[in-house]
Ligand binder design. Structure first.
Ligand SMILES: NC(=O)c1ccc[n+]([C@@H]2O[C@H](COP(=O)([O-])OP(=O)(O)OC[C@H]3O[C@@H](n4cnc5c(N)ncnc54)[C@H](OP(=O)(O)O)[C@@H]3O)[C@@H](O)[C@H]2O)c1
Length: 313
């Protein structure tokens, strides 16, 4: 039965119905501040495009047309934890509020053995550890923003993937050896990618436990299967054949992220929110959920990441 449910869930994430929440549904964003990591390409770029053109209402125009926003670029290298503090400080010096942070940047299936500057498996270090550290710097400003912002409007969004369904057993994270340093046989890069995307869900879940009563909505999402540069390391067949058959324009993923940031449902949802394409509340993988709910995998990961990132604070 579980397998049947899983099949339908995956099918629905692969072949989603049309988006019902688009830029037309975004509430007034005048004066608000957003951060999108990985805004230079793919899904992040599409989201930035939408946010920029929804920059604010121009009250001088009776038609209530939207004017354009102000966009700034922050240099951030998620491969190197020593760069996170200066980048965060640069941002904190420029803005006095942070309404929504989309932790969207990511890498997928780099060559086996690829590592970050600190020696983390590249996908784990980039997709999880660096965003966790960035969030430690940005969290105080989001908490402050939440004190006066409308309820449910301040959000921290950890971008995952349907790949999280394929994380290592039993609950998606190989806690005994997260970087597979001691493994006799290195896992396939897709397994470590999947593990990193489970890591994003665990961070979202645990952060929700820590800050939901302080006004921050922490959630995760699968943007959908999209034609973007993320497949740059995939083989020819995967890119040309599977890519053409199953991948959608990246704007669709931008809409999933837009829904996660602004739609009312995530704020009304009881319990943890995992958004699926192109903007619906979905359910994370059953085993990942069991790990979170029965074995405190979120807490466990949070404690590990805190200890490991302390020295970069
Ligand atoms: N595309 C899909 O089908 C799909 C499916 C599920 C989930 N996702 C997730 O969606 C997110 C966005 O992916 P995408 O498809 O838009 O991929 P993409 O086109 O490759 O964009 C990834 C973005 O992340 C940035 N990035 C990568 N490594 C970085 C680093 N070390 N430091 C700073 N920025 C870095 C890239 O910047 P540079 O270009 O400068 O490196 C780029 O802006 C990822 O988290 C991915 O896992 C994508």
């Amino acid at each position: 039965m579980d397998k049947v449910r899983w099949f339908f869930s995956m099918f629905s994430e692969m072949f989603p119905p049309s988006a019902t929440f688009t830029e037309k549904d975004v509430p007034d964003v005048a004066g608000k501040v957003f951060l999108v990591t990985g805004g230079s390409s793919g899904v992040g770029l599409e989201l930035c495009r939408i946010l920029y053109h929804r920059g604010g209402r121009n009250p001088s125009q009776r038609s209530q047309r939207f004017s354009e926003g102000v966009i700034g670029v922050l240099k951030l290298d998620l491969n190197d934890l020593t760069t996170i503090k200066p980048a965060a400080q640069e941002l904190l010096a420029k803005v006095n509020r942070l309404d929504i942070a989309w932790y969207n940047a990511g890498v997928m299936t780099p060559p086996v053995g690829s590592k970050t500057a600190q020696g983390y498996e590249l996908q784990w270090g980039t997709n999880v550890v660096a965003h966790f550290l960035l969030n430690r710097f940005l969290s105080p400003l989001q908490l402050k923003t939440a004190q006066s912002a409308p309820k449910g409007s301040v959000r921290t969004i950890w971008v995952s993937s349907s790949a999280h369904h394929f994380g290592p057993g039993p609950y998606g994270i190989n806690f005994d050896d997260i970087n597979y340093e001691h493994a006799d046989k290195k896992p396939r890069p897709f397994t470590t990618y999947s593990q990193s995307k489970v890591g994003d869900i665990l961070c979202a879940y645990e952060y929700a436990n820590l800050v939901s009563d302080k006004g921050i909505l922490s959630l995760s999402l699968n943007p959908g299967n999209l034609k973007s540069n993320i497949t740059r390391n995939s083989g020819f067949i995967a890119r040309q054949v599977i890519g053409r058959m199953f991948l959608y324009p990246p704007r669709q993923g931008g809409l999933t992220e837009l829904y996660s940031g602004f739609a009312p449902e995530p704020a009304e949802n009881k319990g943890f929110t995992y958004v699926i394409p192109w903007g619906r509340i979905g359910t994370p993988n059953k085993d990942v959920k069991i790990g979170l709910e029965q074995y405190d995998t979120g807490k466990k990961l949070w404690a590990i990441l805190e200890k490991e990132t302390d020295k970069y604070m």
